[in-house]
Design a protein around this ligand. Sequence first.
Ligand SMILES: [Zn+2]
Length: 270
Amino acid sequence: MPELPEVQTILDAITPLVQGRTIEGVTVLWPGTVDRPAPELFADSLRGRTIVGSHRRGKYMLFALDDARWLLLHLRMTGELRVVPGDVALHPHDRLLIHLEGNEDWRFKDTRKFGRAYLVEQPEEVVGGLGPEPLDEVFSAEYLMARLQGRTAPIKSLLLDQRLVAGIGNIYADEALFRARIHPLRPGGSLSAAELAALVEAVRAVIRQALAEMGTTLRDYRRPDGSIGSFQNSLQVFQRTDEPCPSCGAPIRRIVVGGRSTHFCPVEQK
Ligand SMILES: [Zn+2]
């Protein structure tokens, strides 16, 4: 599933292809992809609009329209965005076509069909419940201390909770906990101020590095031009079960936490 660095990389590639362009029409191939409003109204409301800007919040892409409304996209597990000439043959997993002026299509392909599109007056209708961005100064040891007080859930699960911090998924949670040398099963409320400070720094470092390396390509994730990210080469524990820990050489262990595959160094992560 694309996490913050992958979503930002995709957004950075798509924005120059769609910004300033007018939408001539919309074809909804899979109604379930349109979360709100109803697919017919979604299509009618987008016709004639121009995309005037974009930004990211958590794992959502937000596109500002010239009527002050917003088109939000969430790729979930397998969503992909491309801009192609309108006469390119459809893919069987194309779910939503946004026809741009100049006979080009902005296509949302999504094998698993969990991806969603939203057309809203205010982005907060969708993203209002998200926690701070990990690179925002609001995300600090003090913030985590206050929010995690008394929490018994494993820190791994808490890092995946988008209401606590936005944009982190399975890959970067495992990598950040390794860098901070914190065991993924530690109850959130048990972490000391020093551990929380180390965790905040680890999250920031791993997200910054993954942004610089254009994300992690393990299976589905591709940049819109078809190229892949390179952070998979920088992974220290994620999906490296039984390989030697890059720091101490102990075999990396895999456990399941909250239903999610979790990788850690059993010697150094306390
Ligand atoms: Zn180790």
